[in-house]
Write a protein that binds this ligand. Structure first.
Ligand SMILES: C[S@@+](CC[C@H](N)C(=O)[O-])C[C@H]1O[C@@H](n2cnc3c(N)ncnc32)[C@H](O)[C@@H]1O
Length: 206
Protein backbone atom coordinates (compact mmCIF):
# COMPACT_ATOMS: atom_id res chain seq x y z
CA UNK A 1 0.00 0.00 0.00
CA UNK A 2 2.82 2.33 0.96
CA UNK A 3 4.59 1.37 -2.31
CA UNK A 4 1.46 2.19 -4.39
CA UNK A 5 1.08 5.52 -2.66
CA UNK A 6 4.73 6.25 -3.37
CA UNK A 7 4.28 5.41 -7.08
CA UNK A 8 1.13 7.52 -7.33
CA UNK A 9 2.92 10.46 -5.73
CA UNK A 10 5.89 10.04 -8.09
CA UNK A 11 3.48 9.95 -11.08
CA UNK A 12 1.70 13.07 -9.98
CA UNK A 13 4.86 15.04 -9.24
CA UNK A 14 6.63 13.67 -12.39
CA UNK A 15 3.70 14.67 -14.62
CA UNK A 16 3.63 18.07 -13.02
CA UNK A 17 7.36 18.45 -13.61
CA UNK A 18 6.95 17.48 -17.31
CA UNK A 19 4.07 19.90 -17.76
CA UNK A 20 6.15 22.59 -16.08
CA UNK A 21 9.11 21.85 -18.43
CA UNK A 22 6.82 21.99 -21.51
CA UNK A 23 5.34 25.27 -20.30
CA UNK A 24 8.80 26.61 -19.69
CA UNK A 25 9.93 25.80 -23.29
CA UNK A 26 6.83 27.51 -24.66
CA UNK A 27 7.50 30.56 -22.48
CA UNK A 28 11.11 30.79 -23.77
CA UNK A 29 9.93 30.53 -27.41
CA UNK A 30 7.33 33.28 -26.82
CA UNK A 31 9.97 35.48 -25.15
CA UNK A 32 12.41 35.06 -28.10
CA UNK A 33 9.62 35.88 -30.59
CA UNK A 34 8.52 38.92 -28.56
CA UNK A 35 12.12 40.18 -28.26
CA UNK A 36 12.58 39.82 -32.04
CA UNK A 37 9.40 41.81 -32.66
CA UNK A 38 10.39 44.43 -30.07
CA UNK A 39 13.68 45.20 -31.82
CA UNK A 40 11.90 45.37 -35.17
CA UNK A 41 13.18 42.04 -36.55
CA UNK A 42 10.60 39.43 -37.47
CA UNK A 43 12.38 36.19 -36.50
CA UNK A 44 10.41 34.22 -39.12
CA UNK A 45 11.29 36.51 -42.05
CA UNK A 46 13.86 35.58 -44.74
CA UNK A 47 16.79 38.01 -45.27
CA UNK A 48 16.06 40.78 -47.81
CA UNK A 49 17.26 39.90 -51.32
CA UNK A 50 20.07 42.25 -52.30
CA UNK A 51 20.79 43.97 -55.60
CA UNK A 52 23.23 42.32 -58.05
CA UNK A 53 26.85 43.50 -57.75
CA UNK A 54 27.04 43.88 -61.54
CA UNK A 55 24.24 44.25 -64.03
CA UNK A 56 23.32 41.61 -66.61
CA UNK A 57 25.30 41.67 -69.82
CA UNK A 58 25.30 38.40 -71.76
CA UNK A 59 28.53 36.89 -73.06
CA UNK A 60 28.25 36.70 -76.89
CA UNK A 61 27.62 33.10 -78.01
CA UNK A 62 30.88 32.92 -79.96
CA UNK A 63 32.74 33.80 -76.74
CA UNK A 64 30.72 31.22 -74.77
CA UNK A 65 31.96 28.52 -77.17
CA UNK A 66 35.57 29.64 -76.73
CA UNK A 67 35.26 29.69 -72.93
CA UNK A 68 34.01 26.10 -72.95
CA UNK A 69 36.78 25.01 -75.34
CA UNK A 70 39.44 26.77 -73.29
CA UNK A 71 38.26 24.93 -70.14
CA UNK A 72 38.22 21.67 -72.16
CA UNK A 73 34.71 20.90 -70.85
CA UNK A 74 33.50 17.31 -71.24
CA UNK A 75 30.69 15.05 -70.09
CA UNK A 76 32.32 14.40 -66.69
CA UNK A 77 32.33 18.08 -65.78
CA UNK A 78 30.12 20.08 -63.45
CA UNK A 79 30.19 23.64 -64.81
CA UNK A 80 29.25 26.45 -62.41
CA UNK A 81 28.48 29.90 -63.79
CA UNK A 82 28.66 32.35 -60.87
CA UNK A 83 26.30 35.11 -61.99
CA UNK A 84 24.76 33.02 -64.76
CA UNK A 85 22.47 35.63 -66.34
CA UNK A 86 20.18 33.92 -68.86
CA UNK A 87 22.01 30.60 -68.38
CA UNK A 88 23.64 30.51 -71.82
CA UNK A 89 26.99 29.17 -70.60
CA UNK A 90 25.62 26.26 -68.56
CA UNK A 91 22.93 25.49 -71.16
CA UNK A 92 25.60 25.31 -73.91
CA UNK A 93 27.87 23.23 -71.64
CA UNK A 94 25.04 20.72 -71.21
CA UNK A 95 23.73 20.75 -74.79
CA UNK A 96 26.99 20.78 -76.77
CA UNK A 97 29.47 19.24 -74.35
CA UNK A 98 27.27 16.82 -72.35
CA UNK A 99 28.31 18.39 -69.02
CA UNK A 100 26.14 19.09 -65.99
CA UNK A 101 25.62 22.74 -65.12
CA UNK A 102 24.85 24.84 -62.07
CA UNK A 103 23.45 28.29 -62.75
CA UNK A 104 23.84 30.71 -59.81
CA UNK A 105 22.31 34.19 -59.92
CA UNK A 106 21.11 36.59 -57.24
CA UNK A 107 18.39 37.97 -59.53
CA UNK A 108 15.23 35.80 -59.60
CA UNK A 109 14.32 37.13 -63.05
CA UNK A 110 17.61 35.76 -64.46
CA UNK A 111 16.98 32.40 -62.85
CA UNK A 112 13.48 32.27 -64.39
CA UNK A 113 14.96 33.05 -67.85
CA UNK A 114 17.66 30.42 -67.39
CA UNK A 115 15.13 27.74 -66.44
CA UNK A 116 13.10 28.57 -69.54
CA UNK A 117 16.20 28.49 -71.77
CA UNK A 118 17.31 25.15 -70.34
CA UNK A 119 13.82 23.72 -70.93
CA UNK A 120 13.75 25.03 -74.52
CA UNK A 121 17.19 23.48 -75.16
CA UNK A 122 16.03 20.14 -73.70
CA UNK A 123 18.67 20.13 -70.92
CA UNK A 124 16.60 21.09 -67.87
CA UNK A 125 17.46 17.75 -66.26
CA UNK A 126 21.20 18.49 -66.55
CA UNK A 127 21.18 22.02 -65.12
CA UNK A 128 20.52 23.05 -61.52
CA UNK A 129 19.35 26.59 -60.76
CA UNK A 130 20.35 28.44 -57.61
CA UNK A 131 18.89 31.85 -56.77
CA UNK A 132 21.61 32.86 -54.32
CA UNK A 133 24.44 35.28 -53.73
CA UNK A 134 27.51 33.82 -55.43
CA UNK A 135 29.55 34.76 -52.35
CA UNK A 136 27.62 32.37 -50.14
CA UNK A 137 26.63 29.54 -52.49
CA UNK A 138 28.34 26.16 -52.08
CA UNK A 139 30.79 25.72 -54.98
CA UNK A 140 32.75 22.65 -53.82
CA UNK A 141 31.16 20.33 -56.39
CA UNK A 142 32.40 22.39 -59.39
CA UNK A 143 35.05 21.06 -61.77
CA UNK A 144 34.82 24.20 -63.94
CA UNK A 145 33.85 27.73 -62.83
CA UNK A 146 32.82 30.40 -65.34
CA UNK A 147 32.92 34.13 -64.55
CA UNK A 148 31.90 37.34 -66.26
CA UNK A 149 31.77 39.80 -63.37
CA UNK A 150 34.18 42.69 -62.72
CA UNK A 151 37.83 43.10 -61.69
CA UNK A 152 36.95 43.85 -58.06
CA UNK A 153 34.47 40.94 -57.80
CA UNK A 154 37.06 38.54 -59.26
CA UNK A 155 39.54 39.68 -56.62
CA UNK A 156 36.99 39.39 -53.81
CA UNK A 157 36.08 35.89 -54.98
CA UNK A 158 39.66 34.70 -55.53
CA UNK A 159 40.42 33.57 -51.92
CA UNK A 160 37.22 31.51 -51.84
CA UNK A 161 37.98 29.89 -55.20
CA UNK A 162 41.46 28.92 -54.00
CA UNK A 163 40.21 27.70 -50.62
CA UNK A 164 37.03 25.84 -51.56
CA UNK A 165 37.50 24.44 -55.06
CA UNK A 166 39.32 21.15 -55.47
CA UNK A 167 42.85 21.25 -56.94
CA UNK A 168 42.58 20.82 -60.71
CA UNK A 169 39.33 22.79 -61.01
CA UNK A 170 39.49 25.13 -64.02
CA UNK A 171 38.37 28.74 -63.77
CA UNK A 172 37.59 30.76 -66.89
CA UNK A 173 36.85 34.47 -66.81
CA UNK A 174 35.53 36.51 -69.69
CA UNK A 175 37.09 39.99 -69.93
CA UNK A 176 38.35 40.40 -66.30
CA UNK A 177 41.61 38.96 -64.97
CA UNK A 178 42.71 38.16 -61.39
CA UNK A 179 45.36 40.84 -60.91
CA UNK A 180 48.65 39.19 -59.83
CA UNK A 181 47.35 35.59 -60.21
CA UNK A 182 48.60 35.18 -63.75
CA UNK A 183 46.47 33.03 -66.09
CA UNK A 184 47.83 29.85 -67.68
CA UNK A 185 46.25 30.79 -70.99
CA UNK A 186 44.74 33.89 -72.49
CA UNK A 187 42.61 33.55 -75.61
CA UNK A 188 40.84 36.21 -77.61
CA UNK A 189 37.40 35.87 -79.15
CA UNK A 190 36.32 38.39 -81.73
CA UNK A 191 32.77 39.65 -81.27
CA UNK A 192 31.05 42.93 -82.04
CA UNK A 193 34.22 44.31 -83.59
CA UNK A 194 36.26 43.76 -80.40
CA UNK A 195 38.76 41.16 -79.31
CA UNK A 196 37.45 39.90 -76.01
CA UNK A 197 40.03 38.34 -73.64
CA UNK A 198 39.27 35.01 -71.95
CA UNK A 199 41.51 33.85 -69.10
CA UNK A 200 42.11 30.33 -67.78
CA UNK A 201 43.49 29.32 -64.36
CA UNK A 202 43.70 25.91 -62.66
CA UNK A 203 43.34 25.62 -58.88
CA UNK A 204 46.78 24.46 -57.66
CA UNK A 205 47.44 21.61 -55.22
CA UNK A 206 47.32 22.69 -51.56
C1 LIG B 1 27.72 40.35 -66.70
S1 LIG B 1 26.39 39.25 -66.30
C2 LIG B 1 27.05 37.68 -66.86
C3 LIG B 1 25.99 36.67 -67.24
C4 LIG B 1 26.52 35.32 -67.73
N1 LIG B 1 27.49 34.78 -66.85
C5 LIG B 1 27.13 35.46 -69.09
O1 LIG B 1 28.36 35.45 -69.16
O2 LIG B 1 26.36 35.59 -70.07
C6 LIG B 1 26.55 39.15 -64.51
C7 LIG B 1 25.44 38.41 -63.78
O3 LIG B 1 25.83 38.28 -62.42
C8 LIG B 1 24.67 38.40 -61.61
N2 LIG B 1 25.13 38.80 -60.28
C9 LIG B 1 25.63 39.99 -59.90
N3 LIG B 1 25.98 39.97 -58.60
C10 LIG B 1 25.71 38.73 -58.14
C11 LIG B 1 25.87 38.09 -56.88
N4 LIG B 1 26.39 38.71 -55.81
N5 LIG B 1 25.49 36.80 -56.76
C12 LIG B 1 24.97 36.13 -57.83
N6 LIG B 1 24.79 36.70 -59.05
C13 LIG B 1 25.17 37.97 -59.20
C14 LIG B 1 23.82 39.42 -62.31
O4 LIG B 1 22.46 39.29 -61.94
C15 LIG B 1 24.08 39.08 -63.78
O5 LIG B 1 23.11 38.18 -64.27
Amino acid sequence: MRYRLHQWLAGVTGGAAMRAAGGCRLAILCAVFAMGCAIGADPLRQPEPRAPDVHFEPTPMRVVQQMLWLADVGSADVVYDLGCGDGRIVVTAARRFGARGVCVDIDPQRIAESRLNARKAGVADRVRFVNEDLFSTDIREATVVMLFLSPSLNLKLRPRLLRELRPGTRIVSHWHDMDDWKPEHTAYAGSGGRDRPIYLWTVPAR
